[in-house]
Ligand binder design. Structure first.
Ligand SMILES: O=P(O)(O)OC[C@H]1O[C@](O)(COP(=O)(O)O)[C@@H](O)[C@@H]1O
Ligand SMILES: [Mg+2]
Ligand SMILES: [Mg+2]
Length: 347
C-alpha cells in the first residue's frame, strides 16, 4: 500500500492565528506580533534560497570574512541581507545586531522606529551549507532601554532573562520555526504549498533524563579537566559511574542539534577548549546561546555555561562567546556538578 500525502487541515493553527490569540490573551502586544511575523517572513525567503541549493547559485564562499575572522559563505551574507531588509523598515525596532555585522545596525532615519531590539545568527551551521545538511536561523528579541529609539551596541548588552522572544528556523527536510514568547516553546512547520507556518507541536517538553549527548569529540584533547572527566564517564557506559550506555550525535549545526534535543531530549555542549579559551568559547552568547537557552528552559530543560545559568550571564560585548551546556535538565545539572567539583578541588 502506498503512503498518502494528507493536505494541512483547514482547522490547523497558523503562526498568524497563534500570535493573534496570544495578543488577545495579553501575552504580546501588536508590535511584537508584527515583528515576529516579519522575522518569519524573512525566514521563508531564506528557506527558499537554501532550498534552491546548487541551482540557485547560493553555495560556496562569499570571499569575505566577518568580525570574528570567520570566512563567510554566500548564504551567510544573503541571509543577513534578507533579515536586515525585511526588519529595518518594519517599524518595530530601535536597532538590529547580527553575528555577521561588526556593530549593531541603526534603523535609517527615514524608517519608522519601535521599542524592540532584534539580534540574529542569520545562517547557523555554515559548514553544512555546501553538503546539503540542515542549517538554520536563530533570533532573539529584547526591549530597547527606556527612551532609546536609536540603539547603540551598549543597549543590546542585556542578560538573557530580559529576552521577550526567542526562536530559530531549521531548514532541513522540512522547514520549521520554533518559538517562545515566554509561555512555552512551540514548533511550527512550513506548509510549502500554502506558504504559511502551521502549529505542529504545542508545548515541546524535554525529558529530564537522557542517554544521548552531542559534542564535537575531535576537540577532546583540548578540553579542560571537568569536561574530560564528564565525557569519559559518559563513554564508560553501563560499567562506568553513570551506570548506563550513552549514544552520541553531532550534526555541527546548532539549530539541528538543539532541535533534536527539544524533540527527544539529550545534552548539547560546546565547552571551553584550548583552541577557543582566549575568546571565551566558540558559540555566541547573544545570537546563539541566549535564544537557545530561553527555548530550552521554556521546554523544561536547562542551559548553563558549566558554571552559571546561561540566561543570567551579564554580556560585556555584542559578539561575546561562552561555553554552552543545554538540554535535559538532570544531565545539564550533572555536567555542571563536574565543573563545581573540579573548581572546589582547586587550591
Ligand atoms: O565545526 P564545529 O567545531 O563542530 O562547530 C559547530 C558549531 O559551530 C556552529 O556552526 C557555529 O555557528 P555558525 O555557523 O553560525 O558560525 C554551530 O552551529 C555548531 O554547533
Ligand atoms: Mg551559529
Ligand atoms: Mg552563522
Amino acid at each position: 500500500m502506498s503512503a498518502v500525502l494528507t493536505p494541512t487541515p483547514s482547522s490547523a493553527i497558523s503562526l498568524t492565528r497563534y500570535l493573534i490569540e496570544e495578543q488577545r490573551a495579553g501575552r504580546i502586544n501588536a508590535d511584537l506580533r508584527l515583528l515576529i511575523e516579519v522575522v518569519a517572513r524573512a525566514c521563508k525567503s531564506i528557506s527558499i534560497a537554501v532550498g534552491k541549493g546548487a541551482l540557485g547559485g547560493v553555495l560556496g564562499d562569499a570571499g569575505t570574512g566577518n568580525i570574528q575572522g570567520e570566512a563567510q559563505k554566500k548564504l551567510d551574507v544573503l541571509s543577513n541581507e534578507i533579515l536586515l531588509e525585511a526588519n529595518a523598515w518594519g517599524g518595530h525596532l530601535a536597532g538590529l545586531a547580527s553575528e555577521e555585522m561588526d556593530t549593531s545596525h541603526p534603523i535609517p532615519d527615514v524608517y519608522p522606529r519601535g521599542n524592540y531590539l532584534l539580534l540574529f545568527d542569520p545562517l547557523d551551521g555554515s559548514s553544512n551549507i555546501d553538503v546539503n545538511i540542515s542549517v538554520g536561523t536563530i533570533f532573539s528579541v529584547l526591549r530597547a532601554p527606556d527612551g532609546v529609539s536609536r540603539a547603540e551596541d551598549k543597549d543590546f548588552l542585556q542578560a538573557g532573562t530580559e529576552q521577550v522572544c526567542a526562536g530559530y528556523t531549521t531548514y532541513g527536510p522540512s522547514t520549521m520555526l520554533v518559538l517562545t514568547i515566554g509561555h512555552g516553546t512551540h514548533a511550527f512547520t512550513l506548509d510549502r504549498e500554502v506558504g504559511s507556518f502551521v502549529l505542529t507541536t504545542r508545548d515541546m517538553r524535554i525529558p529530564d533524563d537522557t542517554k544521548e549527548f552531542a559534542v564535537n569529540m575531535s576537540n577532546q584533547r583540548h578540553w579542560q579537566p571537568p569536561m574530560q572527566r564528564y565525557v569519559a564517564d559518559l563513554l564508560a557506559g553501563q560499567e562506568g559511574p553513570r551506570g548506563k550506555d550513552f549514544n552520541m550525535r553531532w550534526v555541527a549545526s546548532m539549530v539541528a542539534d538543539v532541535h533534536r534535543i527539544l524533540t527527544r531530549g539529550g545534552i548539547f555542549s560546546y565547552p571551553l577548549d584550548a583552541k577557543c579559551a582566549d575568546k571565551g568559547g566558540k558559540l555566541r552568547l547573544m545570537y546563539e546561546a541566549n535564544p537557545m537557552a530561553m527555548l530550552v528552559e521554556q521546554a523544561g530543560g536547562a542551559a548553563s555555561t558549566g558554571r552559571q545559568r546561561m540566561l543570567e550571564v551579564q554580556p560585556t560585548g555584542l559578539h561575546q562567546r561562552v561555553p554552552v551546556f543545554l538540554g535535559s535538565k538532570h544531565e545539564v545539572e550533572t555536567a555542571v556538578r563536574y565543573h563545581h567539583e573540579f573548581d572546589a578541588e582547586q587550591p
